[in-house]
Design a protein around this ligand. Structure first.
Ligand code: PGA
Length: 255
């Protein structure tokens, strides 16, 4: 059984007070025992105060990136130990903006992912194709490269703390959403990939979030697809009146 998981990726947005108000509004609605896993992923300087804002609620805390090495001389980077120290349960790895602007390769993402799982930190592992790749019918080939690269040497035992986010790059921040059929086809491909590379247990238990212009008015239809187990939400996660309806749409969905 897969519990829906809705995560808000705040990216490099919001002031501290805006983030605190948003987190408090989400926490007020998402109590312990919630039927949906909910996480917020603020920018790193806000992790601690946001942890305080969600304390005692059912909302979990995630970071947007980390470095794989142990704490040491890596100016500007953030160690996984530090994320654990401030109470993170999750780290987003492989986001397309990291891949596009900051040079995160499949090999680097793999190092980060292995290190995060070795420390017990949950990973939201993002994959997704560019528009040109979809137009050239290369979506599945791209997903295969990203999955096999990012998950190299990650054994089945470490996969229970991994969530996959399918985020077609052409749908991120563009207002263009993958159609429910397009999302379902990609998610099914990813689940079958897990079945062939791992086993039925990993494939059947893996939560695969959809990300890319998820909004209150398209969430229910996307989330009702058989292989869509939640959402990674960017723009619409920055306002409680948009993020909360997406959480509500995920409630009661059991797959
Ligand atoms: P978006 O971003 O919802 O603004 O399209 C999603 C993401 O990048 O995770």
């Amino acid at each position: 059984m897969r519990r829906p998981f809705v995560a808000g990726n705040w990216k490099m947005n919001l002031t501290l007070s805006q983030g605190q108000a948003l987190a408090q509004a989400i926490a007020a609605e998402c109590r312990e025992g919630e039927s949906v896993d909910v996480a917020v992923c603020p920018a790193a300087p806000y992790l601690l105060p946001i942890r305080e804002a969600i304390a005692g609620s059912g909302v979990q805390l995630g970071a947007q990136n980390a470095y794989f090495a142990a704490p040491g001389a890596f100016t500007g980077e953030i160690a996984l130990d530090m994320l654990l120290d401030v109470g993170c349960q999750w780290v987003i790895l492989g986001h397309s903006e990291r891949r596009q602007y900051f040079g995160d390769t499949d090999a680097l993402i793999n190092k980060k992912l292995l290190a995060a799982r070795a420390k017990g930190l949950g990973v939201i592992f993002c994959v997704g194709e560019l528009l040109a790749e979809r137009q050239e019918n290369r979506t599945e080939a791209v997903l295969e490269t990203q999955m096999s690269g990012g998950l190299a040497n990650v054994d089945a035992g470490l996969m229970d703390g991994v969530v996959i986010a399918y985020e077609p790059v052409w749908a991120i921040g563009t207002g263009v959403t993958a159609s429910p059929d397009q999302a379902e086809a990609a998610h099914l491909y990813l689940r079958n990939w897990l079945r062939s590379q791992y086993n039925d247990t990993v494939a059947d238990n893996m939560r695969i979030q959809y990300g890319g212009s998820v909004k209150p008015d398209n969430a229910a239809e996307l989330l009702s697809q058989p292989n869509v187990d939640g959402a990674l939400v960017g723009g619409a996660s920055l306002k409680a009146d948009q993020f909360l309806p997406i959480i509500r749409a995920a409630r009661g969905i059991v797959k």
